[in-house]
Design a protein around this ligand. Structure first.
Ligand SMILES: O=C(O)CCC(=O)C(=O)O
Ligand SMILES: [Fe+2]
Length: 353
């Protein structure tokens, strides 16, 4: 395995990590009432939780192997597959091509994203082409990873659907497996020995519905509701870190929380190692309208209690595609014209980051 998972240093004993609820995927699958309630509690409070017993640990680690194959290609070759500046995120992302703050500082991380649509239709190309090393690993690594993540994500979306009092399958319909969407894998490598205080990924909320994440080192931080202090989230072996994104916050009329987070250099001696991160983002079908699903009396009641300003932000009325491309485009360093560009990439953060 290319990633030095075994030799990594322990979590530094003097660094506090924010506690997250640990949700057992097998209990969710079995419909265990207590566990379903705990998932709801996690989704409606911090919006972040650990997921254990999900059976996809090796699939996440294998994706780092795919990333390593991509990143060692010559830059010139990788740039043939760059995401571009028009708001798409499928493909390669070179160091420095995203901004991390309103000042337009460039990011230090390298990444590669594969569209769910390409992984599931392979060898048919749905959205774009990838380097040969990605194509070669599609069958053994990428497609099985996407299939598992789609399943896991759908299970949790189904549980939220029921807890939100929505008609059966309402959320599932907005995330059809075969509907084109911005759902994708994201493999990220942040180099060892980043300058302390430097941001690897600026403060943001995730664009879509649910994110499934595994990382080998610390560095992820959340800004819990009602606080102004960033707290580390500690990676736990065998556990995913899952979080709610903006579109689920909107569909749920604000009941589910898309929380702000960012990535800084790993704490303590962990900072001496490359940081690998693997995400799967579930996002709504490209043509899905982003509006609270007021057919649910639970959502309607919660939504009606909100300020007009908050109501407006939760019902932008644009399509998922427009929401996504606007945010993505305004993260691109080439498109940065000043603080307004940063403002134009914001989601449901409401000025908190
Ligand atoms: O690398 C991480 O821990 C988090 C990545 C992240 O927040 C993202 O890709 O949206
Ligand atoms: Fe994120």
């Amino acid at each position: 395995m290319p990633v030095p998972v075994k030799e990594l240093p322990e979590w530094p004993s003097n660094v506090e990590a924010h506690p997250l609820l640990v949700i057992d995927y097998q209990l969710l699958k079995a419909g265990d009432e207590t566990e379903l309630n705990r998932l709801w509690e996690a989704g409606t409070n911090l919006g972040f939780w650990y997921l254990k017993n999900h059976g996809a640990e090796q699939d996440f680690i294998a994706m780092w192997g795919m990333g390593e194959e991509v990143f060692k290609l010559p830059l010139e070759e990788k740039m043939n597959y760059e995401q571009g500046d028009e708001g798409l995120s499928f493909g390669y992302k070179a160091v420095g091509h995203y901004i991390v703050d309103a000042a337009g500082n460039p990011d230090p991380v390298e990444g590669v994203n594969v569209a769910k649509d390409d992984a599931l239709s392979y060898p048919k190309i749905s959205r774009r082409e990838y380097p040969t090393v990605v194509n070669d690993l599609m069958g053994p690594v990428v497609t099985p990873f996407v299939e598992k993540c789609v399943d896991i994500s759908n299970t949790m979306i189904g549980i939220f659907n029921d807890k939100l009092g929505l008609p059966e399958g309402a959320l599932a319909k907005l995330h059809g497996r075969n509907d084109f969407s911005a759902s994708e894998t994201r493999t990220i490598k942040a180099p060892a020995n980043l300058t302390p205080g430097k941001l690897a990924i600026g403060g943001h909320t995730d664009f879509g519905t649910l994110s499934l994440l595994v990382n080998n080192l610390g560095g992820l931080q959340v800004l819990p509701p009602g606080t102004t202090e960033w707290s580390y989230v500690r990676p736990l072996p065998g556990h995913m870190i899952c979080n709610v994104g903006d579109t689920l916050t909107m569909f749920s009329g604000g009941l589910l929380n898309s929380n702000i987070h960012r990535v800084v250099p790993p704490p303590g001696s962990q900072s001496k190692y490359d940081r690998w991160s693997q995400v799967y983002f579930t996002r709504p079908a490209d043509n899905a309208p982003l509006l609270p699903l007021l057919e649910s009396p639970i959502i309607a009641e919660a939504f009606n209690k909100l300020s007009p300003e908050r109501q407006k932000s939760l019902g932008p009325g644009v399509t998922s595609w427009d929401w996504f491309t606007r945010r993505q485009k305004n993260y691109r360093t080439k498109n940065h014209k000043g603080a307004d560009t940063w403002a134009a990439n914001r989601g449901t953060e409401h000025g908190r980051a």
